[in-house]
Design a protein around this ligand. Structure first.
Ligand code: PAF
Length: 283
Protein backbone atom coordinates (compact mmCIF):
# COMPACT_ATOMS: atom_id res chain seq x y z
CA UNK A 1 0.00 0.00 0.00
CA UNK A 2 1.31 3.44 -0.99
CA UNK A 3 1.32 6.36 1.45
CA UNK A 4 1.39 9.61 -0.51
CA UNK A 5 1.40 13.19 0.80
CA UNK A 6 1.86 15.30 -2.34
CA UNK A 7 -0.56 15.93 -5.21
CA UNK A 8 2.25 15.55 -7.79
CA UNK A 9 3.22 12.11 -6.49
CA UNK A 10 -0.44 11.08 -6.29
CA UNK A 11 -1.00 12.03 -9.94
CA UNK A 12 2.12 10.13 -11.03
CA UNK A 13 1.00 7.01 -9.18
CA UNK A 14 -2.55 7.17 -10.56
CA UNK A 15 -1.42 7.90 -14.12
CA UNK A 16 0.50 4.60 -14.15
CA UNK A 17 -2.53 2.75 -12.79
CA UNK A 18 -4.88 4.29 -15.35
CA UNK A 19 -2.46 3.53 -18.18
CA UNK A 20 -2.67 -0.13 -17.10
CA UNK A 21 -6.45 0.06 -17.59
CA UNK A 22 -7.31 0.10 -13.91
CA UNK A 23 -10.39 1.91 -12.60
CA UNK A 24 -9.94 4.16 -9.58
CA UNK A 25 -12.35 4.01 -6.62
CA UNK A 26 -12.07 6.77 -4.03
CA UNK A 27 -13.03 6.74 -0.35
CA UNK A 28 -12.68 10.27 1.08
CA UNK A 29 -12.30 10.33 4.89
CA UNK A 30 -11.04 12.49 7.71
CA UNK A 31 -9.27 9.49 9.29
CA UNK A 32 -9.87 8.03 12.77
CA UNK A 33 -11.29 5.12 10.85
CA UNK A 34 -13.92 2.73 12.17
CA UNK A 35 -15.77 -0.27 10.73
CA UNK A 36 -18.04 2.07 8.73
CA UNK A 37 -15.06 3.41 6.77
CA UNK A 38 -13.68 -0.10 6.29
CA UNK A 39 -17.04 -1.13 4.81
CA UNK A 40 -16.62 1.74 2.29
CA UNK A 41 -13.16 0.44 1.34
CA UNK A 42 -14.51 -3.10 0.90
CA UNK A 43 -17.33 -1.80 -1.28
CA UNK A 44 -14.82 0.33 -3.21
CA UNK A 45 -12.96 -2.87 -4.16
CA UNK A 46 -16.04 -3.93 -6.16
CA UNK A 47 -15.94 -0.68 -8.16
CA UNK A 48 -12.26 -0.29 -8.99
CA UNK A 49 -8.99 -2.18 -9.31
CA UNK A 50 -7.25 0.62 -7.41
CA UNK A 51 -8.74 1.84 -4.13
CA UNK A 52 -7.57 5.24 -2.91
CA UNK A 53 -8.48 6.38 0.60
CA UNK A 54 -7.88 10.03 1.42
CA UNK A 55 -7.26 11.08 5.01
CA UNK A 56 -7.59 14.80 5.49
CA UNK A 57 -9.12 16.66 8.42
CA UNK A 58 -10.57 19.50 6.39
CA UNK A 59 -10.40 22.79 8.33
CA UNK A 60 -12.80 24.45 5.90
CA UNK A 61 -15.77 22.36 7.06
CA UNK A 62 -15.31 23.08 10.79
CA UNK A 63 -16.96 26.11 12.41
CA UNK A 64 -15.08 28.40 14.77
CA UNK A 65 -16.47 26.65 17.89
CA UNK A 66 -16.14 23.11 16.58
CA UNK A 67 -13.71 20.29 17.31
CA UNK A 68 -11.06 20.84 14.59
CA UNK A 69 -8.11 20.80 17.00
CA UNK A 70 -9.50 17.97 19.11
CA UNK A 71 -10.43 15.86 16.06
CA UNK A 72 -8.38 12.64 16.45
CA UNK A 73 -5.44 12.22 14.05
CA UNK A 74 -4.58 8.51 14.03
CA UNK A 75 -2.66 7.93 10.79
CA UNK A 76 -0.65 4.88 11.93
CA UNK A 77 -3.74 3.03 13.22
CA UNK A 78 -5.70 4.04 10.12
CA UNK A 79 -2.93 2.70 7.86
CA UNK A 80 -2.97 -0.68 9.64
CA UNK A 81 -6.74 -0.95 9.15
CA UNK A 82 -6.59 0.13 5.51
CA UNK A 83 -3.81 -2.31 4.66
CA UNK A 84 -5.90 -5.14 6.13
CA UNK A 85 -8.98 -3.95 4.19
CA UNK A 86 -7.12 -4.11 0.86
CA UNK A 87 -6.66 -0.38 0.20
CA UNK A 88 -3.99 0.37 -2.43
CA UNK A 89 -3.15 3.97 -1.75
CA UNK A 90 -3.55 6.35 1.19
CA UNK A 91 -3.42 10.01 0.26
CA UNK A 92 -2.81 12.10 3.39
CA UNK A 93 -1.99 15.66 2.32
CA UNK A 94 -1.12 18.51 4.68
CA UNK A 95 -3.39 21.56 5.02
CA UNK A 96 -0.79 23.58 3.03
CA UNK A 97 -0.89 21.01 0.21
CA UNK A 98 -4.69 21.31 -0.09
CA UNK A 99 -4.98 25.04 0.64
CA UNK A 100 -1.65 26.56 -0.52
CA UNK A 101 -3.10 30.09 -0.54
CA UNK A 102 -4.84 29.64 2.83
CA UNK A 103 -8.58 29.36 3.41
CA UNK A 104 -9.25 33.07 2.91
CA UNK A 105 -8.23 32.96 -0.75
CA UNK A 106 -9.76 29.63 -1.63
CA UNK A 107 -12.39 29.41 -4.39
CA UNK A 108 -15.53 28.10 -2.73
CA UNK A 109 -17.92 25.53 -4.14
CA UNK A 110 -21.35 26.27 -2.75
CA UNK A 111 -24.34 24.05 -3.45
CA UNK A 112 -27.45 26.21 -3.06
CA UNK A 113 -30.71 25.27 -1.36
CA UNK A 114 -29.95 21.86 0.02
CA UNK A 115 -26.84 23.10 1.92
CA UNK A 116 -28.82 25.71 3.81
CA UNK A 117 -31.16 23.30 5.62
CA UNK A 118 -30.78 21.02 8.65
CA UNK A 119 -27.03 20.71 9.43
CA UNK A 120 -26.50 23.81 7.28
CA UNK A 121 -28.50 25.83 9.83
CA UNK A 122 -26.58 24.60 12.88
CA UNK A 123 -23.23 24.54 11.08
CA UNK A 124 -23.17 27.56 8.74
CA UNK A 125 -20.59 27.17 5.97
CA UNK A 126 -20.08 23.47 6.75
CA UNK A 127 -21.34 22.20 3.40
CA UNK A 128 -19.35 24.83 1.47
CA UNK A 129 -16.29 23.36 3.16
CA UNK A 130 -17.35 19.81 2.30
CA UNK A 131 -18.26 20.61 -1.34
CA UNK A 132 -15.02 22.55 -1.85
CA UNK A 133 -12.74 19.87 -0.44
CA UNK A 134 -14.58 17.02 -2.16
CA UNK A 135 -14.36 18.78 -5.53
CA UNK A 136 -10.64 19.36 -4.92
CA UNK A 137 -10.17 15.67 -4.02
CA UNK A 138 -12.10 14.68 -7.17
CA UNK A 139 -9.76 16.88 -9.24
CA UNK A 140 -6.67 15.44 -7.56
CA UNK A 141 -7.69 11.77 -7.81
CA UNK A 142 -10.02 11.86 -10.86
CA UNK A 143 -11.81 8.74 -9.61
CA UNK A 144 -14.19 6.64 -11.69
CA UNK A 145 -16.26 6.06 -8.54
CA UNK A 146 -16.40 7.72 -5.12
CA UNK A 147 -18.03 6.17 -2.07
CA UNK A 148 -19.62 7.93 0.88
CA UNK A 149 -21.45 6.67 3.97
CA UNK A 150 -25.17 7.37 4.09
CA UNK A 151 -25.03 8.26 7.79
CA UNK A 152 -24.21 11.71 6.42
CA UNK A 153 -27.29 11.63 4.20
CA UNK A 154 -27.48 15.39 3.67
CA UNK A 155 -23.77 15.47 2.79
CA UNK A 156 -24.36 12.73 0.21
CA UNK A 157 -27.23 14.70 -1.34
CA UNK A 158 -25.15 17.90 -1.41
CA UNK A 159 -22.32 16.06 -3.19
CA UNK A 160 -24.80 14.42 -5.57
CA UNK A 161 -26.18 17.83 -6.56
CA UNK A 162 -22.67 19.24 -6.94
CA UNK A 163 -21.64 16.37 -9.25
CA UNK A 164 -24.78 16.82 -11.36
CA UNK A 165 -24.64 20.63 -11.49
CA UNK A 166 -20.91 20.75 -12.34
CA UNK A 167 -21.09 17.84 -14.84
CA UNK A 168 -18.46 15.87 -12.95
CA UNK A 169 -17.79 12.47 -14.50
CA UNK A 170 -17.47 10.56 -11.22
CA UNK A 171 -20.04 7.91 -10.29
CA UNK A 172 -21.24 8.27 -6.67
CA UNK A 173 -22.08 5.33 -4.44
CA UNK A 174 -23.82 5.75 -1.07
CA UNK A 175 -23.13 2.93 1.39
CA UNK A 176 -25.56 1.95 4.15
CA UNK A 177 -24.79 3.12 7.68
CA UNK A 178 -22.90 0.64 9.82
CA UNK A 179 -24.21 0.28 13.37
CA UNK A 180 -23.23 -1.14 16.73
CA UNK A 181 -25.40 -4.00 18.06
CA UNK A 182 -27.31 -1.33 20.04
CA UNK A 183 -28.25 0.43 16.78
CA UNK A 184 -25.91 3.40 17.39
CA UNK A 185 -24.54 4.55 14.03
CA UNK A 186 -20.74 4.22 13.84
CA UNK A 187 -19.10 7.63 13.92
CA UNK A 188 -15.68 8.99 14.75
CA UNK A 189 -17.42 11.25 17.26
CA UNK A 190 -18.76 8.25 19.30
CA UNK A 191 -15.29 8.21 20.87
CA UNK A 192 -16.22 11.41 22.73
CA UNK A 193 -19.14 9.67 24.53
CA UNK A 194 -18.86 8.24 28.06
CA UNK A 195 -20.10 4.65 28.55
CA UNK A 196 -23.37 5.94 29.99
CA UNK A 197 -23.86 8.51 27.19
CA UNK A 198 -23.20 5.81 24.61
CA UNK A 199 -25.90 3.61 26.11
CA UNK A 200 -28.43 6.46 25.99
CA UNK A 201 -27.29 7.57 22.52
CA UNK A 202 -28.53 4.26 21.07
CA UNK A 203 -32.06 5.61 21.65
CA UNK A 204 -31.64 7.85 18.61
CA UNK A 205 -31.91 4.95 16.17
CA UNK A 206 -34.77 3.33 18.12
CA UNK A 207 -36.70 6.61 17.93
CA UNK A 208 -36.03 6.81 14.19
CA UNK A 209 -37.37 3.27 13.77
CA UNK A 210 -40.46 3.98 15.89
CA UNK A 211 -41.09 7.19 13.95
CA UNK A 212 -40.87 5.27 10.67
CA UNK A 213 -43.44 2.80 12.02
CA UNK A 214 -45.80 5.64 13.02
CA UNK A 215 -45.47 7.24 9.57
CA UNK A 216 -46.26 3.89 7.93
CA UNK A 217 -49.34 3.52 10.07
CA UNK A 218 -50.56 6.94 8.99
CA UNK A 219 -49.62 9.28 11.87
CA UNK A 220 -49.33 12.96 10.97
CA UNK A 221 -45.78 14.16 10.36
CA UNK A 222 -45.88 16.99 12.92
CA UNK A 223 -47.11 14.59 15.61
CA UNK A 224 -44.38 12.03 14.81
CA UNK A 225 -41.69 14.72 15.00
CA UNK A 226 -42.98 16.13 18.31
CA UNK A 227 -43.19 12.66 19.93
CA UNK A 228 -39.68 11.79 18.76
CA UNK A 229 -38.19 15.00 20.18
CA UNK A 230 -39.91 14.37 23.52
CA UNK A 231 -38.52 10.80 23.67
CA UNK A 232 -35.02 12.01 22.86
CA UNK A 233 -35.26 14.67 25.53
CA UNK A 234 -36.43 11.98 27.96
CA UNK A 235 -33.10 10.13 27.70
CA UNK A 236 -31.02 13.30 27.97
CA UNK A 237 -30.61 14.29 24.33
CA UNK A 238 -30.84 17.96 23.39
CA UNK A 239 -32.49 17.80 20.00
CA UNK A 240 -31.04 19.99 17.23
CA UNK A 241 -33.52 18.86 14.59
CA UNK A 242 -35.71 15.84 13.97
CA UNK A 243 -37.43 16.30 10.63
CA UNK A 244 -39.34 14.19 8.17
CA UNK A 245 -38.24 15.24 4.68
CA UNK A 246 -38.66 14.41 1.06
CA UNK A 247 -35.78 11.97 0.46
CA UNK A 248 -34.49 13.70 -2.70
CA UNK A 249 -35.01 17.42 -2.03
CA UNK A 250 -34.67 17.33 1.78
CA UNK A 251 -37.54 19.84 1.92
CA UNK A 252 -40.02 19.24 4.77
CA UNK A 253 -42.23 16.34 3.68
CA UNK A 254 -45.80 16.92 2.61
CA UNK A 255 -48.44 14.49 3.83
CA UNK A 256 -48.73 13.28 0.20
CA UNK A 257 -44.99 12.45 -0.19
CA UNK A 258 -44.07 8.76 -0.12
CA UNK A 259 -40.27 8.75 -0.57
CA UNK A 260 -39.13 10.06 2.79
CA UNK A 261 -36.09 10.36 4.97
CA UNK A 262 -36.13 11.20 8.66
CA UNK A 263 -33.11 13.34 9.48
CA UNK A 264 -31.97 13.74 13.07
CA UNK A 265 -29.24 15.63 14.89
CA UNK A 266 -29.01 15.81 18.66
CA UNK A 267 -26.52 16.58 21.39
CA UNK A 268 -25.62 13.95 23.96
CA UNK A 269 -23.57 15.91 26.47
CA UNK A 270 -20.91 17.75 24.45
CA UNK A 271 -21.20 15.43 21.45
CA UNK A 272 -23.40 16.19 18.46
CA UNK A 273 -24.66 13.01 16.77
CA UNK A 274 -26.53 12.67 13.49
CA UNK A 275 -28.48 9.78 12.04
CA UNK A 276 -31.28 9.19 9.54
CA UNK A 277 -33.69 6.59 8.24
CA UNK A 278 -35.25 6.25 4.81
CA UNK A 279 -38.98 5.50 4.79
CA UNK A 280 -40.89 4.43 1.71
CA UNK A 281 -44.65 4.71 2.16
CA UNK A 282 -47.04 2.63 0.09
CA UNK A 283 -48.74 4.71 -2.61
O1 PAF B 1 -17.61 12.62 5.65
C1 PAF B 1 -16.44 13.00 5.84
O2 PAF B 1 -15.62 12.32 6.48
C2 PAF B 1 -16.01 14.35 5.29
O3 PAF B 1 -17.05 15.26 5.33
C3 PAF B 1 -15.42 14.25 3.86
C4 PAF B 1 -16.45 13.76 2.87
C5 PAF B 1 -14.22 13.30 3.87
C6 PAF B 1 -14.94 15.62 3.41
O4 PAF B 1 -13.97 16.14 4.25
Amino acid sequence: MELIHSITELRQFLQTQRAAGKRIALVPTMGNLHAGHIRLVEEARTHGEVVVCTIFVNPMQFGANEDLDAYPRTLQDDMTKLLKAGCDCVFAPSVAEVYPQGLQHQTVVSVPGISARHCGVSRPGHFDGVATVVSKLFNMVEPDTALFGLKDYQQFMVITKMVTDLCMAVQLVGVETQREASGLALSSRNGYLSADEKLRAATLYRVLQQSAEHLRSGSAIAEVEAQAKAKLQGVGFKSDYFTVCHAQTLEPALNTDIDLVILAAAWMGKTRLIDNLRVQLAD
